[in-house]
Design a protein around this ligand. Structure first.
Ligand code: GLA
Length: 377
């Protein structure tokens, strides 16, 4: 029995109609490129969010979660409106709003995706509920359309100005693959990615430094990118070709915008290079690209933090092929591609350096490229 079904029975004293699970994701490479119409290469985690759901016939929504089992939030579907309720339950309430259904339901949530660590716990939550309502109510949306609509939940209902990568990853990833998503072309390509088979692990170091994307630094970076595009007279930074980067930077004449633009344009190229390196089984090249991506997001995009930089440096010192922060940044997690036999000592080194610096102990674990959202009961 899973935690969501158990909670459902306990809180609502009945059986759910079904249970759906959606994963968080690690973004292998392609950071802060999605809202610039660029390229990303995420893969789905084995860690997932479960939503046990039962249809109601009175148009009411009731929401509860094992993280806070004493609170049941009730909202009539007729009263759904962006921004309400505030907090995590808004991510659930915004799903029927984006799917344009006024059918009510009871839902119980349970999750193993760490929250606020850059592994997309919010998309896992939205997509578990989204896939569940789509199947349970027979709404008939394709996974691509579900990804588009659940992205609206986050952007317009919750008000977090994120790009669309996380919902695509949670709904469309397949086991043993990373997904190359070209936002402008709206195309996806499954790239074979089996680090364990090649003798490596993807190690995640969750620094436990927490971020939020509803405003603040994330939104400020997005504004910098939009301002740069406007100054260059293009729709988005995707329109700046890698080959034309130097002349574009000359035109900007503002050090901050130069740095943001250089990150986005070089990062798009690194995504393509990483996909090609994976195709060629060239793992050292993949590692170098990850590390170059970290340097770029740290120095040019300024979206890292001291704990992430130290984690990356320690992982590299311990023999990782490459390491970088992953996700929105300003906290959250770093990833590294590490030979299996070096993984244990790399973890030990990071733990002891964090302790020496007086940081909160990190949560360190290995991730495996897993399948996207699915019904599990
Ligand atoms: C967050 C957002 C994504 C993406 C990343 C940065 O995770 O949800 O859409 O913009 O940050 O790459």
């Amino acid at each position: 029995m899973n935690g969501a079904a158990r909670l459902f029975r306990w809180i609502y004293e009945s059986e759910p109609d079904g249970v759906w699970a959606a994963p968080g994701r690690v973004n292998l490479i392609g950071e802060h490129t999605d809202y610039n119409d660029g390229l990303v290469l995420p893969f789905a985690l084995q860690e997932r969010t479960l939503a046990a759901i039962k249809q109601r016939d009175d148009g009411l929504i009731r929401i509860c979660s094992s993280q806070n089992p004493n609170e049941i939030i009730g909202i009539p579907t007729k009263e759904l409106a962006p921004g309400w309720p505030a907090g995590w339950s808004g991510y659930v309430a915004g799903v029927p709003w984006a799917l344009e259904t006024d059918i009510g339901f009871d839902v119980a949530i349970d999750s193993s995706v760490p929250v606020g660590s850059g592994l997309s716990s919010s998309a896992a939550l939205i997509c578990a509920v989204g896939l569940g309502l789509n199947e349970l109510f027979g709404l008939g949306f394709s996974r691509r359309e579900l990804a588009r609509r659940t992205h609206l939940t986050e952007n317009e209902y919750v008000g977090a100005p994120t790009g669309g990568m996380d919902q695509i990853a949670s709904l469309l990833c397949i086991e043993g693959h990373a997904i190359l998503y070209d936002v402008r072309a709206d195309s996806v390509d499954q790239i074979h990615f089996d680090p364990i088979g090649a003798g490596f692990e993807v190690v995640v170091v969750d620094t436990m430094v927490r971020h939020g994307h509803a405003g603040g630094e994330y939104a400020a970076r997005r504004e910098d990118c939009e301002l740069s595009a406007a100054k260059l007279g293009v729709a988005t930074l995707r329109d700046v070709a890698y080959a034309d980067l130097d002349s574009a930077l000359d035109k900007l004449g503002d050090e901050q915008l130069i740095k943001r633009t250089r990150h986005v344009v070089t990062e798009n190229q690194r995504v393509l290079d990483t996909a090609a390196a994976l195709d060629a089984d060239d793992w050292p090249a993949v590692g170098e690209l990850l590390t170059a991506a970290h340097t770029s997001i740290r120095d040019d995009f300024e979206a890292s933090c001291v704990e992430l930089d130290i984690a990356v440096d320690m992982l590299l010192d311990s023999g990782a092929l490459g390491a970088r922060m992953t996700g929105g940044g300003f906290g959250g997690a770093a990833i590294a591609l590490v030979a299996t036999e070096k993984s244990e000592s790399a973890r030990r080194t990071v733990r002891s350096v964090f302790a020496d610096n007086g940081f909160v102990p990190p949560h360190i674990f290995t991730v495996v490229p897993s399948a996207g959202a699915t019904r599990i009961a």
